[in-house]
Structures are given as structure tokens and as C-alpha cells.
Ligand binder design. Structure first.
Ligand SMILES: [Zn+2]
Length: 163
């Protein structure tokens, strides 16, 4: 498992490179990302959060089997909404209300190098896809907070519930 990087670590602000080939090293990296995400009780984790500047994220939300997205791109997004109580494993102890798209279309490849597509509207999947793909572009949910007074500091008991 790889340790999670926190706000202030420059790797979180860098751009990522696309994966050229889903080889055994990439598959091992993805396995370690799943383990790190699950240990931290997260719903998503992007490679920069474990110090790797590749375009890979893993997602684990209710109603879906855990899955990886490699070289994901938002091909279309529309609408705006304020999402409440979003968190991030790289910003432990805080939550806030970022502005997000209502609808997102995403194309990526999976661990078998097969093309996968998502179309999510106004739900947790849309939120998490956008959150993780933001990470791959050096962006954090903090950058989408319109009303800073929505930021809340949690007590330490809740730290592990961040996504
Ligand atoms: Zn995050």
C-alpha cells in the first residue's frame, strides 16, 4: 500500500500523464490504490493522491462494484449544482460544499484496456467521477467551493469518512 498525500504536497497540483499500456505494473498500482482507498474508507482515490502522476482513479460507491478508470476524460458536462459535505482523503478532517456539474459524460479504459463510458446525472457517481478526474488535472474540491463558510472542520472521529 502507498501512503496518501495531503494538501500542500505538490504532486496533488501537477498534471498527470496518460497510461500508455495497462501492463502488470499498472495493475499492481491499481490494486494498491484499491487497498489504500478501502483502508481509508474512501469512495474514490486518484493516482496523484498516492504520489503517482498517471491518469488513473479508483471508485467504490454503493450500488456499483469497485472499479478503476484509466485515462478518463469528461467528454461532456452540463448544469451546475452545489453538493453538500464533500470531502477528500487528501484534505482530512474537513468537508465543504463545492459547485459541480449536474450531468457528466466520461470515457475511459478499464483494466482490460476496454473502452468504458459513463453517463451520470445529479448523483454520487457524477460527483465522484468529477472529483477524481479533477485530481488528474491538479484540481481539488476546495477550488470549487463558492461559499467558504460552507467549510466545516470535523472532529477526529469522522476523519475516516471522507471521500
Ligand atoms: Zn479527493
Amino acid at each position: 500500500m502507498r501512503p496518501i498525500r495531503y494538501l500542500g504536497d505538490p504532486v496533488l497540483r501537477g498534471k498527470t500523464e496518460n497510461v500508455k499500456k495497462v501492463n502488470p505494473d499498472i495493475k499492481l498500482l491499481v490494486q494498491s490504490m484499491f487497498a489504500s482507498m478501502q483502508k481509508a474508507n474512501g469512495v474514490g482515490l486518484a493516482a496523484p493522491q498516492v504520489g503517482v502522476n498517471l491518469a488513473i482513479a479508483v471508485i467504490d460507491i454503493p450500488g456499483h462494484l469497485p472499479f478503476a478508470i484509466i485515462n478518463p476524460k469528461i467528454t461532456k458536462s452540463s448544469g451546475k449544482r452545489i453538493v453538500e459535505n464533500e470531502g477528500c482523503l487528501s484534505v482530512p478532517g474537513y468537508r465543504g460544499n463545492p459547485e459541480r456539474s449536474v450531468e457528466v459524460h466520461v470515457e475511459a479504459i478499464d483494466l482490460d484496456s476496454k473502452q468504458i463510458k459513463f453517463h451520470a446525472t445529479d448523483d454520487l457517481l457524477a460527483q465522484v467521477l468529477e472529483h477524481e478526474i479533477d485530481h488528474l488535472n491538479g484540481k481539488l474540491y476546495l477550488d470549487r467551493i463558492v461559499d467558504m463558510s460552507s467549510m466545516q472542520k470535523l472532529n477526529s472521529m469522522n476523519w475516516e469518512e471522507n471521500d
